[in-house]
Design a protein around this ligand. Structure first.
Ligand SMILES: [Zn+2]
Ligand SMILES: [Zn+2]
Length: 237
C-alpha cells in the first residue's frame, strides 16, 4: 500500500495559506519537515510519535526548520521509539546547530535514540521497511539537494524535493508508480514548471503524478492522471 497524507502542499511563501510541503507515507515516513509540521499533524489526528523516519530533501527552511518542533515534541511528548533522520551531507551537525539555536538542551537525555543517515547521489539503503534510492537534483547552488525513491513490497514512489528538470530526477522516476513532485507555475529558474512536470511524467508512463510545493499563481491544468495536492488530503494507491 502507498498511503500518502499531505501535511502541506505550499511553497516557502505560504501561497494560498497552504502549509509547507510535506507528506507522510504509510503513517510512518515523513518527507520534508517545514515549520508547520506539528499543526498539520494535529489537524490530521496523527501523533508525532508515530513517525519513524524523516527524510529531508535539502536545507531550505520550508523543508528543514520543522525538525526542532518535532524533536521538541519528541522530548516532552513522551517519545520512546527511535527516530531516523535521513538527509543531505551534514544532517547531524546541521540538526544539532538548529536545535542549539532554537531549543538548546532538547537533544540531551532523551528517552529515545536518534539515528542519522547521510545520503549522497546514488545512495541505496534500507530505512524501516523501505528500500531507498537517492539522486542529487538541481535546485540551488547553495545546497546539495536530493530526490528520493522508495520501494516496499513491489510498490514504488518518487519524491522530487525542490528541483528543476534534471537528469537525476529523470533517472529516478523510470518505472515509478507514484511521483510526488514540486511544481511552480511562476517561471522561476530554480523550480520545476508545469511543462517540466509533463516531461517527468513522460519518463514514467502510467505513473500517478501528484504536484505539490505550489505557488498559487495558477494551478497546473495538467494531463490525465495529474493530481494537485491539497493540505490534509489523503491519496491511497
Ligand atoms: Zn521549498
Ligand atoms: Zn528549496
Amino acid at each position: 500500500m502507498l498511503d500518502l497524507l499531505f501535511l502541506g502542499s505550499g511553497n516557502a511563501f505560504a501561497a494560498e495559506g497552504r502549509a509547507f510541503s510535506s507528506f507522510l507515507l504509510n503513517g510512518r515516513y515523513l518527507f520534508d519537515c517545514g515549520p508547520t509540521v506539528l499543526q498539520q499533524l494535529a489537524r490530521a489526528g496523527v501523533a508525532p510519535g508515530e513517525i519513524e523516519a524523516v527524510f529531508i530533501s535539502h536545507y531550505h527552511a520550508d523543508h528543514f526548520f520543522g525538525l526542532p518542533f518535532l524533536l521538541l515534541d519528541a522530548k516532552y511528548g513522551g517519545r520512546t521509539k527511535d527516530l531516523t533522520i535521513v538527509g543531505p551531507p551534514g544532517i547531524e551537525a546541521r540538526t544539532r546547530s538548529l536545535l542549539e539555536l532554537g531549543y538548546p538542551g532538547v537533544l540531551d537525555t532523551t528517552a529515545y535514540s536518534r539515528r542519522y543517515v547521510e545520503v549522497t547521489d546514488g545512495f541505496q539503503g534500507s530505512i524501516g521497511e523501505l528500500s531507498v534510492q537517492v539522486a542529487q537534483v538541481q535546485h540551488v547552488d547553495e545546497f546539495e539537494c536530493f530526490a528520493f525513491r522508495v520501494e516496499n513490497a513491489g510498490r514504488s514512489l518518487v519524491y522530487s524535493g525542490d528541483t528543476t528538470l534534471c537528469d537525476g530526477l529523470l533517472r529516478l522516476v523510470e518505472g515509478a508508480e507514484v511521483i510526488v513532485t514540486e511544481c511552480s507555475c511562476n517561471d522561476v529558474p530554480v523550480h520545476l514548471s508545469p511543462s517540466g512536470v509533463e516531461e517527468v511524467a513522460r519518463h514514467a508512463p502510467g505513473a500517478k503524478v501528484i504536484v505539490t510545493h505550489l505557488d498559487g499563481l495558477a494551478h497546473p491544468n495538467g494531463f490525465d492522471g495529474l493530481i494537485v495536492a491539497e493540505d490534509l488530503a489523503r491519496y491511497s494507491f
